[in-house]
Design a protein around this ligand. Structure first.
Ligand SMILES: [Zn+2]
Length: 336
């Protein structure tokens, strides 16, 4: 695995645009996956004003392909989404910091993500994908760049299977740097992954509430066995956190965060509200920009920000979700 800055583009390479929201493209020798949905250009200004110091705790960069080639083992080829575009979005939405999560289209080549961190003036931290062959020197270099965790992906359509003993070995090694593990899985797979997840020795952050099936019938306060198992997972294990993001991925009935919609994804709200209410000190939120692999629609990120007060209804909950919690996890040295 290589880390650090890639080569500067020379004159005979395609130029990388540094203006926000240019024409959508995939640079370098790459063609977008047919049917790929490009990220939404020209997002609305959110009506909800995020608190001072807010962190977008889950987002990605894609390439640009000409500078940071997509990995040969990738399952999709996206539209480029550069660090410049990410930081322009951050400013537009009113956030101050980002947590950049390694995208699966880059495999375990973390250069694009690390480059985003080192260009952020300390305002971005990262989550990497590593293999067991990663060296301590490489881990230290990533730590110095701002990486604070590794991601294990169990969503089978996105990555090839990695043996659990390899993942446990990685989780054990990263403890020396105080890193945590981010896990991504689908609700139906939690029972079979339970023993592995609960044996992880670090803080564990679950992406997108473990992808609940929000179309399953609820009965009053009872969310049904799948989501109740997820709540039990968090309740019994104080080292487990959850991101309450990505309603656009989970929603079945919408309405979509488009065309000024202020009440988007109403079917996801009870699930996210429940997690925020019961575990207010262990929740994170992120845009998930540039929204890898969406199949149905591409949301307006400004309207996604307007979703936040529906799931965290008080200023205190919003501050925990957007400032206090991500700061404690990613910038603990700045928290008194
Ligand atoms: Zn994501």
């Amino acid at each position: 695995m290589r880390i650090g800055r890639g080569p500067e583009p020379s004159d005979n390479q395609p130029r990388i645009s540094t203006t926000p929201w240019p024409n959508m493209q995939t640079s370098g020798p790459f063609d977008k996956t047919p049917g790929w949905l490009d990220w939404f250009s020209g997002p609305a200004k959110p009506r909800f004003q995020v608190p001072t110091g807010a962190v977008d705790a889950h987002c990605h960069v894609f390439g640009p392909g000409a500078e940071f080639p997509y990995a040969p083992e990738r399952k999709y080829t996206p539209c480029d989404a550069s660090k410049h575009q990410l930081y322009a979005l951050r400013d537009h939405l009113g956030f101050e910091r980002n947590v950049v999560v390694q995208a699966t289209c880059h495999g375990a080549d973390n250069r694009a993500m690390v480059d985003a961190l080192t260009s952020s003036n300390g305002k971005a931290r990262g989550v990497a994908t590593v293999k067991r062959t990663v060296t301590d020197t490489e881990l230290q270099a990533m730590h110095d760049a701002g990486v604070r965790g590794v991601r294990f992906n169990f969503v089978k359509r996105l990555v090839d299977f990695t043996p659990k003993d390899e993942l446990m070995e990685i989780a054990t090694r990263i403890q020396a740097w105080g890193w945590h593990v981010v896990i991504y899985f689908e609700a139906v797979d939690l029972p079979e992954l339970w023993d592995f997840f609960t044996a992880l020795p670090t803080t564990v952050v679950v992406d997108h509430m473990g992808r609940p099936d929000v179309s399953k019938p609820m009965n009053g306060d009872d969310f049904g066995p799948e989501f109740e198992l997820f709540l039990k997972f968090m309740r019994q294990h104080p080292n487990v956190w959850s991101k309450v993001s990505c309603p656009e991925r989970l929603s079945v009935t919408g309405p979509k965060a488009l065309n000024g919609e202020q009440n988007a994804y109403t079917d996801v709200i009870p699930f996210a509200r429940r997690v925020v209410k019961e575990f207010p000190d262990r929740v994170l939120w992120g845009t998930d920009w540039p929204h890898p692999n969406l199949k149905d629609h591409m949301p307006d990120d400004g309207l996604l920000v307007d979703f936040i007060p529906h799931i965290a209804s008080t200023a205190e909950l919003q501050h925990k979700l957007l400032v206090a919690n991500p700061m404690r996890l990613y910038w603990p040295e700045e928290v008194k």
